[in-house]
Ligand binder design. Structure first.
Ligand SMILES: Cc1cc2nc3c(=O)[nH]c(=O)nc-3n(C[C@H](O)[C@H](O)[C@H](O)COP(=O)(O)O)c2cc1C
Length: 366
């Protein structure tokens, strides 16, 4: 198999990656009290040494009292946590990759299984985590303003630490996506509205503030998903025109790269074309896009959360889409959890050495 298109360099503002392969952001919950340990730095540096071009960190939460529902998710604020991240980026750079943190506010959540709760109630556009389930408070104007400022501060800190990019987590039914989704955003102020375009207001303000804090020349990514974990087959944008109404304000606010989260990258987004989400996002906005979803594995990540294993699968369809120019970068998740050298093995055609994915890989940081 000729995988040359995966190994072409990519440049955009502060990004200069040696290949097109991105490590997908994956929550690991190995940062006690929110502080990334040396083991976390070693984990990322191993993927960098294994020839990943761009690493996106696990979601790391901004400075709001209820931004996290899990005490072991890393913070992206506070001296100790930022010192941990400083080691991460230094080690990743030394091992030859670029990296950005995925900055995150989880919004309204279910309580953690351990019983741990943050010091203040969860906050979101409404109290709803999903239809029929409330677990927090609707955000006041002051809470919204402070949250926007906290996203900006996290991005400024990432730049100051030497990270190469920042990804804003706008996907998967967390805070920003709770604003996009009409099932969780029932606000009647400027942050709500009947149309998806109106409900982009919060994300737009986050992006504008972030852009202001990092400057024009710094690459900014946003991650988006049509699906919600509470509604796997849901589509926020039901057709091309709705997708344009959703993405255009985000791009106009200052986004450089759209990271389009899908369970399976080969699935068409709309009828009548085989383009996937990243393909449509690039076609509509002209911006660079990252695709993702079951690359190199025969089962998807929802199955993985349910304990299912996956076996290695062919990269032919990925290469076909990359060659066609559908998207610019491809993110890979679970294969890189099981095997820090996955990229290097693909590059050197050592496909017989590829491993499958099993849930045991989630239990340890290796
Ligand atoms: C253990 C695990 C943790 C994840 N955590 C995050 C996260 O923090 N942020 C995010 O945007 N996506 C997260 N995801 C989704 C992945 O980034 C990726 O989109 C998904 O696993 C599909 O890619 P894959 O099929 O290559 O694994 C997570 C996935 C897994 C398996």
């Amino acid at each position: 198999m000729n995988t040359d298109s995966l190994f072409k360099p990519f440049s955009l503002k502060t990004l200069n990656t040696k290949n097109r392969i991105v490590m997908a952001p994956m929550t690991r919950s190995f940062s006690p009290d929110g502080v990334p340990t040396d083991a976390v730095a070693e984990y990322y540096a191993k993927r960098a040494a294994g020839e990943v071009g761009l690493i996106l960190s696990e979601g790391t939460v901004i400075n709001r009292p209820s931004s996290s529902a899990d005490p072991n998710i890393p913070h992206f604020y506070g001296d100790q946590a930022l010192a941990g991240w400083q080691k991460v980026i230094n080690d990743v750079h030394a091992a030859g990759a670029q990296m950005g943190p995925q900055i995150w506010h989880q919004g309204i959540m279910e309580n953690h299984t351990s019983g741990w709760t943050p010091s203040t109630p969860f906050e979101g556009p409404s109290a709803l985590q999903r239809p029929g389930f409330e677990n927090g408070v609707p955000m006041t104007d002051a809470a919204i303003a402070d949250t926007i400022a906290a996203f900006g501060q996290a991005a400024a800190d990432a730049k100051a630490l030497g990270f190469d990019t920042v990804e804003i987590h706008g996907a998967h039914q967390y805070l920003i996506d709770q604003f996009f989704w009409d099932a969780t955003n029932n606000r009647t102020d400027i942050y709500g509205g009947k149309t998806l375009a109106e409900r982009t207001r919060f994300a737009v303000e986050v992006i504008k503030e972030t852009r202001k804090r990092v400057g024009e020349d710094f690459a900014l990514i946003i991650r988006l998903s049509q699906f919600k974990p509470a509604a796997y087959d849901f589509k926020l944008a039901k057709n091309e025109s709705e997708m344009e109404q959703w993405l255009t304000p985000l791009v106009d606010a200052g986004i450089d790269i759209l990271h389009c989260s899908q369970r399976r990258f080969w699935e068409p987004e709309f009828e009548g074309s085989d383009l996937n989400f990243a393909g449509w996002a690039k076609k509509i906005t002209g911006k660079a896009t990252i695709s993702v979803g079951s690359v190199g594995l025969d089962g998807d990540f929802f199955g993985a959360f349910a304990g299912q294993s996956s076996q290695p699968s062919s990269l032919d369809e990925l290469v076909r889409r990359m060659d066609r120019g559908d998207f610019d970068l491809i993110a890979v998740g679970r294969p890189l959890l099981s095997d820090a050298n996955w990229v290097e093995k693909i590059k050197n055609n050592r496909t017989d050495e590829l491993k499958g994915f099993s849930k045991e890989a989630l239990a340890e940081l290796v």
